[in-house]
Design a protein around this ligand. Structure first.
Ligand code: ADE
Length: 327
C-alpha cells in the first residue's frame, strides 16, 4: 500500500468513532495513541515515560516500555508477566497504581499505567528533610491500606520503598512496581508462605528487593519471603519518613546486609515514642515475631492498624503538614 500512512482510527478500523473519556479510540492500543513526554523512571530493562493521549480529553498516563530482547536475554519473562498479572489482580484499590491497558509490538511490551503526578514519596522526604508525625501517619495509613488489600489478594510486594510509593495530584498514595512481587496460590494463602518447592530443595533465588529495605529472611540462605517481609519494609519506610534516612545504611552492600541481620540501627534524638515502638515491632529479625507477621494471629495488617501510632494524640504543630505544591 502506497501513499500517506494510516491514521490511528484507520489502522484500528474504527473510523468515525469518537475518542472515549480515556482519550482513546477503539479497543486496541498502540504507541500512536500517545504523545511521548518526559522520562519518569528507568529500570534495567524498562523505561517509564509520561504520555498524553493524542485525542481529547488528552488524558495523561505513565507508559512503561519493556525491551523484549533484553527481557529474553536476561530471562526476566517471568517477572514482567508477574507485574502484569498482579496489577490486574489488584485492580480497584485507590492506593495501587492502575494498569489500564497492555499491548506490544515487535520490540517492546507496553504497560499503560495510571500517572501519579507528584512522583515518588522519596522526592518529598528529600524535599522536606523529614516528615512530621501527622504526615508520617497520613502516608503510612494509606500505604497500609494498599498493602492490606494486596495481601488479601495473595500478593507480596517484596520491594516496598519510598521510590515505589508514588503520589497522585492530591498527594494520595499509589503503590507501584510489582516486578518483583509474588502472587500466592489459593492453598498458599493460609500460612502466607509460598510453596513453590514442595520437595524442599534449596531454590536458586536471584536477590529480590532493594538492599536498604530488604528483610533478613530474604537475605539469609534458605528462607522464603512471606507477607511478613512487607511489614519489615513498612518499618523501614516509617523510620525513613520521620528520620529522613533509611535505618540501615553502609558503604557496601555486604556491610549493609550485616547491619540488617544484626539489627544495627539507631533512632535519631526526638524520634516520636509511638512511632519508635511501632518501628521496633516491625524491624524484628524473626518474621513470625514481627508485628502482623504470624499468620496464626489472623490478618497481620489489622494488628499494625491497631497500633497506638495511629490513634495517639498529636500536639498541634506550628509547621504545616506536607501538602501538594501547585506549579
Ligand atoms: N514513575 C514510575 N511510574 C510512575 C507513574 N505511574 N506515575 C508517575 N511517575 C512514575
Amino acid at each position: 500500500r502506497r501513499g500517506r500512512p494510516l491514521t490511528v482510527e484507520e489502522r484500528q478500523g474504527c473510523i468515525g468513532m469518537t475518542p472515549n473519556a480515556m482519550g482513546v479510540v477503539g479497543n486496541r492500543r498502540s504507541t500512536e495513541d500517545f504523545e511521548f513526554g518526559e522520562v519518569l523512571g528507568e529500570g534495567s530493562y524498562s523505561t517509564v515515560t509520561h504520555v498524553t493521549t493524542v485525542h481529547p480529553p488528552y488524558r495523561q498516563y505513565a507508559l512503561k516500555v519493556l525491551d523484549k530482547e533484553h527481557i529474553k536475554r536476561e530471562r526476566k519473562t517471568k517477572y514482567v508477566l508477574i507485574e502484569r498479572d498482579t496489577l490486574k489482580a489488584l485492580d480497584g484499590h485507590p492506593g495501587i497504581v492502575k494498569l489500564w491497558w497492555t499491548f506490544q509490538d515487535e520490540w517492546s511490551l507496553y504497560y499503560v499505567l495510571e500517572f501519579a503526578e507528584n512522583g515518588e514519596l522519596l522526592k518529598w522526604i528529600k524535599k522536606y528533610g523529614s516528615f512530621d508525625l501527622r504526615s508520617a501517619r497520613y502516608y503510612l495509613a494509606q500505604i497500609l491500606s494498599a498493602v492490606g488489600f494486596m495481601h488479601d489478594k495473595g500478593v507480596i510486594h517484596r520491594d516496598l520503598k519510598p521510590e515505589n510509593i508514588l503520589l497522585d495530584r492530591n498527594m494520595r498514595v499509589k503503590v507501584t512496581d510489582f516486578g518483583t512481587a509474588k502472587l500466592l496460590k489459593k492453598e498458599e494463602m493460609a500460612d502466607g508462605h509460598p510453596l513453590d518447592d514442595p520437595m524442599g530443595r534449596p531454590r536458586t533465588r536471584s536477590f529480590v528487593g532493594t538492599p536498604e529495605y530488604v528483610s533478613p529472611e530474604i537475605l539469609s540462605e534458605g528462607r522464603e519471603s512471606s507477607f511478613s517481609s512487607d511489614f519489615w519494609a513498612l518499618g523501614c519506610v516509617l523510620f525513613q519518613m520521620l528520620a529522613g534516612r533509611p535505618p540501615f545504611q553502609a558503604r557496601t552492600e555486604y556491610l549493609m546486609f550485616q547491619k540488617i541481620i544484626n539489627l544495627q540501627y539507631e533512632f535519631p534524638l526526638g524520634f516520636p515514642a509511638d512511632a519508635k515502638d511501632l518501628v521496633e515491632k516491625l524491624l524484628v529479625v524473626d518474621p513470625k515475631a514481627r508485628l502482623g507477621g504470624d499468620p496464626a494471629n489472623g490478618n497481620g495488617i489489622e494488628q499494625v492498624k491497631n497500633h497506638p501510632f495511629f490513634t495517639s494524640h498529636i500536639a498541634p504543630s506550628s509547621s504545616p503538614p506536607v501538602s501538594p505544591t501547585r506549579t
